[in-house]
Design a binder for this molecule. Structure first.
Ligand SMILES: C[S@@+](CC[C@H](N)C(=O)[O-])C[C@H]1O[C@@H](n2cnc3c(N)ncnc32)[C@H](O)[C@@H]1O
Length: 398
């Protein structure tokens, strides 16, 4: 079958340099996926959703809460979508979050969080009864603004966002909920807080834009020093934080390392079919300039190593880090994980729960005779009928 997308020369050269085949793109129209907000799963009538979208929905039987539908359906006009009952998110992205095993009391760090589909999934899995929080970090002010919009739309109460370089980010998990009188997250037992709206009262810090990268810089410059983080005294100002966690004193105690860390790393996006289809319509100029230029590719792998290393540094002993990219390139996936495991003998690659049921693509682990990378998985359009995604789950030694 011919590739579903017509690619420009630099993209074809990128595939060749990375030993990738055009066969990765030899698929018919892919389905799209939606995820129902877990808190509404019992009450949302899927027949009503089907009627609104005008197409049948098929439950994905290997990941809770996900449904498959025709790829050409526009969900944006659905009233239930606009009202926050469900999300449009590919099920392969869902697996990256599922691999974190998020529990209600977990503090989760998402180091490349924008536009925020995975971050919202994390927050939904936490629910609002535990003590868990999610901290999102992204270098792009424009994209993080979208993430803030999603948090508000879906009324997610335990999140804060920072515009910062994930390779240098250094804020630990929040140590308390609410103002000083509120229960400390350092103490055990569930938080006894009122359920007044914390969303409407969320803080939106006016970050001094003079010290921030412009949006055009942010798409090209990726390893910038942490001076771009807006700081007040010794505290790093969030771009957005709900009232529940805005008063965090930002202590740096070992007990405040994160329980889970997601590194959904910046990459060449060559497996993100939605992204490529947009480029095919809108033009390839920025993918050529910003993503596939030799200088960009040189710094990208350094950034990915920086992100996974910093994520691991901020992870609690015994905690889980998930590294994922939407690239098919081994250099950005297995090579990064192998490089990382070599330097962290305490870290263990683990199987992702439920993996036996996933429709996976062939793994590329044969180049590592000294190391077993077989638990790292790949989704691909042809094998999985999803967007491409590489996912590795790593447990930190105790
Ligand atoms: C693959 S996208 C993340 C998608 C996101 N996790 C989601 O599920 O919606 C990669 C993100 O990394 C961000 N990024 C690039 N360089 C970064 C850096 N040094 N630190 C933090 N984020 C960075 C980009 O702005 C982009 O939003």
């Amino acid at each position: 079958m011919a590739p579903a997308i017509e690619f420009p020369e630099p993209f074809l050269a990128f595939l060749k340099d990375n030993n990738l085949s055009l066969d990765e793109y030899a698929f018919e129209v892919l389905p799209r996926y939606i995820r129902v907000k877990p808190q509404l799963a019992a009450s949302l009538d899927m027949n009503v959703v089907e009627a609104e979208l005008g197409t049948p929905l098929t439950k994905v039987d290997w990941l809770d809460g996900f449904y498959r539908l025709r790829g050409d359906v526009n969900i944006a006009n659905s009233a239930l979508f606009k009202g926050g009952s469900f999300y449009g998110i590919c099920v392969s992205s869902g697996v990256a979050v599922h691999a974190l095993d998020v529990a209600p009391d977990d503090h989760v760090l998402d180091l490349c969080c924008a536009p925020g589909m995975k971050l919202c999934y994390v927050a939904d899995l936490q629910g609002s009864d535990g003590r868990g929080t999610v901290t999102g970090v992204d270098l792009s002010p424009d994209r993080i603004a979208v993430c803030k919009g999603l948090l508000k739309k879906y009324r997610l109460e335990r999140a804060r966002l920072f515009i910062a370089d994930g390779a240098n980010f250094d804020v630990y998990a929040p140590s308390k909920l609410g103002k000083s009188a509120a229960p400390s997250l350092l103490s055990s037992g569930s938080a006894n807080r009122s359920h007044e709206s914390v969303i409407d009262d969320a803080i939106d810090v006016d970050v001094d834009r003079v010290s921030l990268p412009t949006s055009s810089q942010s798409s090209t410059v990726h390893c910038i020093p942490s001076r771009t983080e807006a700081t007040t005294g010794s505290k790093t100002k969030p771009f957005h934080a709900t009232r529940l966690i805005r008063h965090d004193p930002q202590l740096k105690l070992p007990s405040l390392l994160y329980d889970k860390v997601l590194v959904d790393a910046e990459c060449t996006h060559d497996g993100s079919i939605v992204h490529l289809l947009k480029k095919a319509i809108l033009g390839w100029s920025d993918i050529e300039q910003n993503l596939l230029s030799p200088s960009r590719l040189e710094t990208l792998e350094g950034l990915q190593r920086g992100l996974i290393s910093n994520g691991y540094r901020l992870l609690k002993p015994g905690g889980i880090l998930v590294y994922s990219t939407c690239s098919f390139a081994k250099k950005q996936n297995e090579d990064i994980v192998a490089w990382f495991l070599e330097r962290h003998p305490d870290a263990q690659l683990e199987p992702i729960p439920g993996v036996d049921k996933f429709p996976l693509a062939r793994s590329l682990v044969n180049d590592y005779p000294e190391m077993d990378l077989s638990y790292a998985i790949r989704f691909s359009p042809v094998a999985s009928r999803t967007s491409g995604l590489f996912i590795a789950r790593i447990r930190k030694g105790k």
